[in-house]
Design a protein around this ligand. Structure first.
Ligand code: SAM
Length: 321
């Protein structure tokens, strides 16, 4: 097992099935172009093999399937059941929810238990303004289908001052009523946000989020796993919510995440452009490949920030959000 000086190792793997997305969220997709995949994306076979190797070589225990939009990828139908059979302690999916109903069979037959749906607003017009595509009612119907099937659902919202800060309470109330945990993700200074002042304008941090919620509810800070990215709160008798406070309360010193992009690069840190091409390794037989992977993993672990997220020009949808 590879461990760094801070005692960090890779436990959680995020695999991007494709960089293509049916949305073009203003804070994620720089040019507003939808459906743009990366060049030379890996096949479903290569992705499954990569996960198997990383389980052995890095001690990966948990897998999150992401993108781009993972449900958009034709590889999804094959990839999901195959990784469900790898003996991981947890397999989950992050999706924008637009295709949940269309993928109902694959999702429900796979036995996956946890899904995170990204949803920034309950206002249909604002939804279109932020995502630059999609339909709110379709997402809500998809979420309802998962809820009725008994899946554990978290909703991810990125609060932004000029876009959806007024949705913090409507979103929280919706999630509490439905029994979902809402995760507020502080806007990260990534991709094109690094090149203008929109990040400074739109950043809406933990302190302000808590102040708004405090106007309506009493809450207390509650437990979160040691390598959780979220600070979690309990509203007694009503439910929980969390804040992924990259800026306000960075979690770099206990980060256990490793990312595999859809075109075969390992990223050890969201706040670092460094990446490690493992495509050649995926052509090797298993014993040889695992040995070769070790040096990529050592370098990827060395890419992590020690203290705090500094932002980077990397685009979330390309390295797997
Ligand atoms: N398409 C899927 C979805 O929408 O959940 C998975 C990929 S998406 C890149 C994953 C998450 O990254 C979403 O919750 C999105 O809101 C978040 N995200 C993208 N860019 C971000 C940024 N600059 N700051 C914070 N969160 C961001």
């Amino acid at each position: 097992m590879i461990v760094d000086a801070l005692g960090r190792r890779f436990r959680n793997l995020r695999v991007s099935l494709t960089a293509a997305c049916n949305y073009a969220c203003t804070y994620c997709v720089p040019d507003g172009k939808r459906l743009q995949a990366a060049t030379h994306e890996l096949s479903a076979d290569e992705l499954v093999y990569a996960v198997r190797l990383l389980v052995d070589a890095a001690g990966i225990e948990k897998l999150r399937i992401t993108g781009g939009e993972p449900l958009l990828s034709p590889k999804f139908d094959e990839f999901l059941p195959r990784v469900m059979d790898l003996g991981l302690s947890d397999v989950s999916i992050t999706t924008n929810g637009q295709l949940i109903q269309r993928k109902a069979d694959v999702l429900l037959n796979s036995n996956v238990r946890r899904i995170n749906v990204s949803l920034d607003t309950l206002d249909p017009a604002d939804f279109r303004n932020i995502a630059r595509s999609g339909d709110l009612a379709t997402v809500l119907a998809g979420i309802e289908m998962l809820r009725a099937a008994g899946l554990k659902i978290k909703i991810n919202m990125v609060p932004m001052r000029t876009r959806n800060a007024d949705q913090i309470m409507p979103m929280l109330n919706y999630c509490l009523e439905q029994g979902f945990e809402l995760r507020f993700i502080e806007l990260m200074n990534m991709g094109h946000l690094r090149h203008n002042n929109q990040y400074q304008v739109d950043f809406f941090g933990m302190e302000e989020i808590l102040e708004i919620i405090g106007g309506a509810y009493e809450f207390t800070r509650t437990d979160a796993p040691y390598d959780s990215t979220a600070v979690r709160y309990e509203i007694p008798g009503a439910g929980n919510f969390g804040i992924i406070a990259n800026e306000s309360e960075p979690f770099c010193s206990s980060c256990t995440r490793l990312r595999l992009s859809s075109n075969g690069f390992l990223y050890g840190c969201l706040s670092n452009t460094a990446n490690h091409d493992i495509k050649p390794i995926l052509q090797m037989p298993e014993h040889h490949a695992i040995a070769q992977l070790q040096s990529s993993l050592v370098r990827a672990l060395g890419d992590k920030q020690d203290l705090s997220f500094k932002g980077e020009v990397t685009v979330m949808k390309f390295i797997g959000g």
